[in-house]
Design a protein around this ligand. Structure first.
Ligand code: ZN
Length: 102
């Protein structure tokens, strides 16, 4: 399949994946990249960071800067709005999965 089409599709999955983890506990970029790689998404920081920033400006994530060994690391947690969106997306994803699974 066309790379552009795949990227568009996976972008939605990645957003849901980020919200899921950011709801469990605060996440940071490098950790999320590794997590996504383990799930087969080979994306780089140049793709992930704009997604995180976009989700922050859309009010889905809230950022907190923490000092880790003298370096500032940006942590993201899901907002209330993010959790609502996650629930909606999960229901829709589940509904779709049931329909296409076989
Ligand atoms: Zn995961």
């Amino acid at each position: 399949m066309d790379d552009k089409v795949l990227r568009k599709l996976f972008s939605g999955f990645i957003h849901i994946h980020i919200l899921h983890h950011a709801k469990e506990e605060a996440i940071f970029g490098a950790w999320m990249l590794e997590e996504l790689r383990e799930h087969g998404y080979t994306i780089g920081p140049g793709t992930l960071y704009p997604i995180l920033h976009g989700m922050e400006s859309d009010g889905l994530l809230v950022r907190e800067d923490r000092n880790v060994d003298g370096k500032i690391r940006k942590y993201y947690s899901a907002t209330e709005k993010g959790e609502v969106i996650l629930r909606e997306a999960r229901d829709k994803a589940y509904e779709l999965f049931k329909e296409i699974k076989d």
